[in-house]
Design a protein around this ligand. Structure first.
Ligand code: GTP
Length: 456
């Protein structure tokens, strides 16, 4: 999970509060101190941390007016989440593009922040929705920038515009945008050179590009590793051009990520996507509530629902709803959905949302501690072989009585299945490093090897 470090510290703090027997003022103070410490360590700007702390304090003062029976611990956890969400939700709403109306988006940011890669990811995201998308390379500063964009665009089959001979980015940008506008593209994405706030000439050039292409949105691309320096850099860009959205990149590494909060505050613009890897699929739409909820370990049911909506083949949904309403939903029915989840590489998010949701019912469900592992196990059994049904359990039991000779023959016959499922489990063990899963995986692989006929 992105921002894993900050997330685990925040959820540990909030869980510590839930375990406190007497919820005294000291316990609350200590909780707020731990939250502030976790945020500071994650490079969140000092000013915002102290603002957040006093905002939570103010909300807690209202606590006295709470109706009897309200769970104070839950209320405090909710306050922390709400205030963090507020920090990530500026007044300005994300700009909505319309298919059929030609929109231009200009990408700006520091050198090496990941603009060119993010431009392609952004283009791919809209291309998959059926939009007509094009890329323009207005980066003449870095040698090889055009080649990089050309390579990326060719790989994903998106038309592009750039020049090896023209050195003026303003000319390239205006020619490229005019050409694609003429061809009625839905979305034209302009990549610009990376620059630093001290480079006045490059800043002026960026303003000139903005003037000629008149973008509908200017996206500030920020590397999540830059830490406390982020606020000043983001502010310099926001003062120079009309930044309307932010994309945070490289959240897959060891980034502390608190800079995201600073970038939002400095530009007063929402984070629209996050980059979580070098591949074009490593790109996630950003929702402040879901993000903060997962960060605080409170589960993300709305995220799970939207993931399911994305993953489930649309033509299967009415049929599925019908079966659900008749109480006829079986493991077999959930299979296309599971495969869909795999297909869009959301497995991690999916299990994460589930397990977080399990943690959130901790108070009301006595076996909740094991629920998280059971859910992982369930997913592991259902998802990986993609063939598991309840009847398999019975076949396991009957398989034990088979003769050794038949077992050996079966193993030889179905070695491919064994190999694939063993490899799948090894990958799963790496993805979900929980001891129970590891034991289950080993047992499962052994059973596969001993009774391979069960998978036919
Ligand atoms: N791990 C990781 N790497 C990324 C991500 N986004 C981009 N990168 C890598 O960061 C490096 C720089 O990315 P570029 O897209 O070339 O950056 P740029 O902002 O266009 O660079 P300039 O044009 O010099 O300003 C490349 O090696 C990318 O593969 C991300 O989300 N995660």
């Amino acid at each position: 999970m992105v921002l894993g470090d900050l997330g685990s510290k925040l959820s540990a703090t909030l869980q510590k509060l839930s375990r406190t027997t007497v919820l005294s003022d000291e316990a609350i103070d200590e909780c707020l101190k731990d939250v502030a410490k976790a945020l500071l360590e994650a490079d969140v700007n000092v000013r915002y941390v102290s603002e957040l702390r006093s905002a939570i304090r103010n909300q807690l003062r209202l606590d006295e007016a709470l109706a009897a029976g309200t769970n104070r611990r839950r209320f405090i956890q909710q306050c922390v989440c709400n205030e963090l969400s507020k920090l990530l939700t500026p007044d300005r709403k994300p700009i909505k593009f319309q298919k059929g109306k030609c929109s231009v988006v200009m990408f700006v940011g520091l050198q090496g922040s990941g603009k060119t890669t993010t431009c392609t990811k952004f283009a791919v995201h809209y291309q998959r929705k059926g939009w007509k998308v094009a890329l323009v390379c207005a980066d003449t500063f870095r040698a090889g920038a055009f080649d990089q964009l050309k390579q990326n665009a060719t790989k994903v089959r998106i038309p592009f515009y750039g020049s090896y001979t023209e050195t003026d980015p303003v000319v390239i940008a205006s020619e490229g945008v005019a050409a694609f506008r003429k061809d009625k593209y839905d979305l034209i994405i302009v990549d610009t050179s990376g620059r630093h706030k001290q480079e006045t000439a490059l800043f002026e050039e960026m303003q000139q590009v903005e003037e000629v292409v008149s973008p509908d949105d200017v996206v500030f691309v920020m590397d999540s590793h830059i830490g406390q320096a982020c606020y000043d850099q983001a502010k310099a860009f926001a003062d120079a051009v009309k930044v309307g959205s932010v994309i945070i990149t490289k959240l897959d590494g060891h980034a502390k990520g608190g800079g995201a909060l600073s970038a939002v505050a400095a530009t007063n613009s929402p984070v629209i996507f996050i980059g979580t890897g070098e591949h074009f699929d490593d790109f996630e739409p950003f929702s402040a509530e879901s993000f903060v909820s997962r960060l605080c370990g409170l589960g993300d049911i709305s995220g799970l629902v939207s993931t399911i909506n994305e993953a489930m083949p649309l033509d299967k949904q009415p049929e599925l709803m019908g079966r659900l309403s008749k109480g006829m939903f079986t493991l077999r029915d959930s299979r296309p959905w599971q495969r869909g989840v795999f297909a869009i590489h959301h497995m991690y998010l999916y299990t994460e949302s589930f397990s977080c949701a399990a943690v959130s019912v901790r108070a009301s469900f006595p076996f909740q501690y094991h629920l998280r592992h059971l859910l992982h196990l369930f997913l592991c059994l259902c998802l990986v072989p993609g063939q598991f049904t309840l009847t398999m359990w019975y076949r396991y039991i009957y398989g034990v009585s088979m003769s050794i000779r038949r077992r050996v023959v079966q193993i030889i016959v179905s070695w491919k299945t064994c190999l694939i499922s063993s490899l799948s489990f090894c990958i799963l063990t790496v993805l979900l490093p929980s001891p129970i899963i590891q034991v289950c995986c080993v047992v499962h692989v052994v059973l596969h090897l001993l009774f391979p006929h069960l998978w036919h």
